[in-house]
Write a protein that binds this ligand. Structure first.
Ligand code: UDP
Ligand code: MN
Length: 348
């Protein structure tokens, strides 16, 4: 009778209640434990910490989880230094006739599909190098051989695009560079574009392949011209413009077929926008041009002076916004992106 007293009933219920509470909290603990375990293995499979005797299992586990997360999320990379510590200054260039593409590929294992980015710091600029090309394979090989290590020492994020003119119609360097700009932007929002002749090899890595507040001309001198500026206003060979600067001038004219004039036309477009061309010091902006004769299919453009007289009238409708072409192939080679295009032929 006394057993069924309300006090006893309460105690008995209370016991079950405490038991229930205990098992619920054990269940909840197991659930969080499992959750953390899954999370930590999703973050990383990095090695564990040694567990210290005397810790409670929960403490051990949470410190293990925290350490795993710390180990697996690398701290954000600092910006690369303003001046790369890897620069060497004036370089000894070599042009070995025995050099093979395979050699250049194995020298540049850090390059993937023509692209490279420093591993230990965040590059300050993202730069697309555009090379207009047709039948100059040897020059391209020498350039790749020198340019890849050169750009890596400058600690920039870059990719090299070679734009090949298909067919044997008259060559059009400017239009190929317009195509290169548009094709490269499909891959990545590059900040800066370097328009680069295939036969010019930079001699000093202080000649930085980055863009500035104003368009930049990188070839003050070359061996062939006694390292003097070709002529006042020369903007050919190798030049650098930001994505916005190039867009602002509507890119190159598409109408210069054959040799000459297209670089002067770009200079005129720049001047019309009240921009000013900058150049690095002459002792740095030096290039070796691999010797060559004028290519067949790139004869002097006799119309170039006439065209240059019209730049101011036509630049708004002749350029990036009117550049029509057909991409025949786009191959991602180890050391460059190879874009082959049909850009048509001169009218009439
Ligand atoms: N180019 C080419 N194949 C040609 C003609 C020209 O690849 O048949 C490209 C190449 O990048 C070259 C640039 O156009 O460096 C300028 O042509 P060229 O070297 O004849 O000009 P120059 O030596 O007078 O600056
Ligand atoms: Mn040349």
């Amino acid at each position: 009778m006394g057993f069924c007293s309300p006090v006893f009933k309460f105690l008995r219920r209370g016991k079950y209640f405490v038991l229930l509470l205990l098992s619920l909290s054990v269940l909840a603990w197991i659930a969080t434990f499992k959750g953390e375990m899954v999370k930590s293995f999703q973050v990383s499979s990095a090695p564990t910490q040694t567990l210290v005797k005397g810790d409670s299992l929960r403490e051990k586990f949470s410190s293990f989880t925290a350490a795993t997360i710390r180990l697996s999320t690398p701290p954000p990379k600092a910006d690369c230094p303003l001046e790369s510590p890897l620069l060497q200054g004036a370089l000894q260039l070599t042009f070995e006739s025995s050099l093979k593409l395979k050699d250049v590929e194995s020298e540049n294992k850090g390059v993937s599909e023509g692209e490279y980015e420093p591993s230990d710091c965040t590059a300050r600029q993202n730069v697309a190098i555009l090379i207009p090309h047709r039948s100059r394979e040897r020059h391209l090989l020498y350039l790749l051989h020198h340019l890849h290590p050169f750009l890596q020492r400058q600690q920039i994020h870059y990719a090299i695009y070679v734009i090949q003119q298909a067919g044997d119609a008259t060559f059009n360097r400017a239009k190929l560079l317009n195509v290169g700009y548009m094709e490269a932007l499909k891959d990545y929002s590059w900040d800066c574009f370097i328009f680069h002749d295939v036969d010019l090899v930079p001699e000093n890595d202080h000649n930085l392949y980055i863009c500035d507040k104003q368009p930049k001309h990188l070839v003050v001198g070359r061996n062939a011209t006694g390292y003097k500026l070709h002529y006042k206003g020369y903007f050919g060979g190798v030049s650098a413009m930001t994505r916005e600067q190039f867009l602002q001038v509507n890119g190159f004219s598409n109408t210069y077929w054959g040799w000459g004039g297209e670089d002067d036309d770009l200079r005129k477009r720049i001047e019309l926008q009240k921009m000013k061309i900058m150049r690095p010091p002459a002792d740095i902006a030096r290039y070796t041009m691999v010797f060559h004769k004028r290519d067949s299919g790139n004869e002097i453009n006799k119309d170039r002076m006439k065209l240059l007289g019209r730049t101011q009238q036509v630049w708004r409708k002749d350029g990036l916004n009117s550049c029509s072409y057909k991409t025949l192939s786009l191959e991602r080679m180890p050391l460059y992106v190879n874009v082959t295009v049909d850009i048509g032929k001169p009218q009439s």
